[in-house]
Design a protein around this ligand. Structure first.
Ligand code: HEM
Ligand code: HEM
Length: 263
C-alpha cells in the first residue's frame, strides 16, 4: 500500500501547530486540523489506465446499445415521415447498434486480457468467492449498510463484496450473454457461413428459433439495466457516505481514504 499525498504545491509553507509540516500552498486557508487530516490521508493506486478507459468506453457503448436496442424492439410507428428507404432512419438505428456491439465485444475481450496481465484488482470483475464464509458475511454487512442498518461502513481498496457480486452476476454474465446472443442474431443478417454465423449460429436452435433469441436478448437488456440503475446510484451514494473516494477513483485510478482507522 502506498501512503502519502501529493498536493502539487510549493515546498514547505510553515504551519503553526501542525507538527512536521507538509508542503501545502495557500497557507492563509490552512488550519491546523487541515494539516492533521492531510498527514493521515492514505491512498492506493487501484484501477490502472486501461481499466478506467475501458470503463467509460464500455458505459458509452452500453448506453448506445440500450437506446438503439429499445427502438429495434419497439420501433416508433413512424421513425420519420416519408419513405423508409429514403429516410433510412431504422437503418441508422441498427447500424449504431451493431457498431456499438463491436465496440462492446472488442472492449470486453481487451478487458479479459487486462484481467490476465493487469494488477489483481483487474481480476475482481471475473470471479466471486462463493465458497468463502468471510466473503458472504461481508456481503450481508454491505447489504445492511446499503439499507441504512449499519452506522459505520467498512473500508475497501477494491470493490466491496456486494458490488463485486452485482458486477459479476448482473454485468459480467449479462454482457457475455448479450454478446453471444447479439452476434448470433447478427450472423443471421450476415448470412450462412459468415464468421458470426460460424461462431454463434448454434445459439439460434439452442433457444428454439430466431424469435426466442430476440426475446432473450431483449430481456438481457433489462438485466443489465438493473445493474446500471443500482450501480450509478450506489457509486454516487458511496462517494458521499463511504469512508473512501469512489467516483474519482474511476477517473484517476487512486483510492483515497477519509480516515486512517485500521478497518
Ligand atoms: C449490452 C448489450 C446489448 C443490449 C442492451 C442490446 C439490446 C438489444 C435489444 C433490446 C434488441 C431488440 C430485441 C427485440 O426485441 O427484438 C436488440 C436487437 C439486436 N441486437 Fe442487441 N443488444 C446488446 C448487444 C448486442 C451485440 C454485442 C450485438 C452484436 C452485434 C447485438 C446485435 C443485435 C442484433 C443483430 C439485433 C436484431 C436487430 C434486428 O432484428 O433488426 N446486440 N439488441
Ligand atoms: C452504462 C453505464 C455503466 C456501466 C455498464 C458500468 C459498469 C461498471 C463495471 C463493470 C465496473 C467494474 C470495473 C472493473 O472492475 O473493471 C464499474 C466500476 C465503477 N463504476 Fe461504472 N458503469 C457505468 C456507469 C458509471 C457511472 C455513470 C459512474 C459514475 C457515477 C460509474 C462509476 C463507477 C465507479 C466509481 C466504479 C468503481 C467502483 C469501486 O470503486 O468499487 N459507472 N462500472
Amino acid at each position: 500500500m502506498t501512503t502519502g499525498m501529493s498536493t502539487g504545491a510549493k515546498p514547505s509553507t510553515a504551519i503553526a501547530g501542525g507538527g512536521p509540516s507538509p508542503a501545502v500552498a495557500g497557507a492563509d486557508d490552512v488550519a491546523p486540523e487541515d494539516v492533521a487530516s492531510l498527514q493521515k490521508i492514505t491512498s492506493v493506486y487501484v484501477y490502472e489506465a486501461p481499466v478506467r478507459l475501458w470503463h467509460w468506453i464500455n458505459a458509452l457503448a452500453i448506453v448506445v446499445l440500450a437506446v438503439t436496442g429499445y427502438f429495434i424492439g419497439s420501433p416508433p410507428p413512424a421513425a420519420a415521415p416519408g419513405n423508409t428507404f429514403d429516410t433510412f432512419w431504422f437503418g441508422y438505428i441498427r447500424y449504431a447498434h451493431f457498431a456499438a456491439g463491436y465496440v462492446l465485444a472488442v472492449g470486453f475481450l481487451g478487458r479479459i486480457y487486462w484481467a490476465i496481465v493487469g494488477n489483481h484488482h483487474a481480476r475482481q470483475l471475473f470471479y466471486v468467492a462463493l465458497w468463502s464464509k468471510k466473503w458472504w458475511k461481508e456481503v450481508l454487512f454491505e447489504l445492511r449498510w446499503y439499507f441504512f442498518l449499519e452506522k459505520r461502513p467498512k473500508k475497501y481498496v477494491g470493490h466491496n463484496p456486494l458490488a463485486q457480486f452485482a458486477m459479476f452476476f448482473l454485468f459480467t454474465l449479462g454482457v457475455t450473454f448479450q454478446i453471444v446472443t447479439g452476434f448470433a442474431l447478427y450472423g443471421e443478417g450476415l448470412g450462412e457461413g459468415s464468421w458470426a454465423d460460424t461462431l454463434f449460429g448454434w445459439v439460434i436452435p439452442l433457444f428454439g428459433g430466431s424469435m426466442d433469441v430476440h426475446t432473450w436478448h431483449h430481456l438481457g437488456m433489462w438485466w443489465i439495466m438493473m445493474f446500471i440503475l443500482t450501480h450509478v446510484y450506489v457509486a454516487i451514494r458511496e462517494d458521499i457516505m463511504s469512508r473512501q473516494s469512489i467516483v474519482s477513483t474511476m477517473i484517476s485510478g487512486t483510492r483515497t481514504f477519509k480516515d486512517d482507522l485500521p478497518d
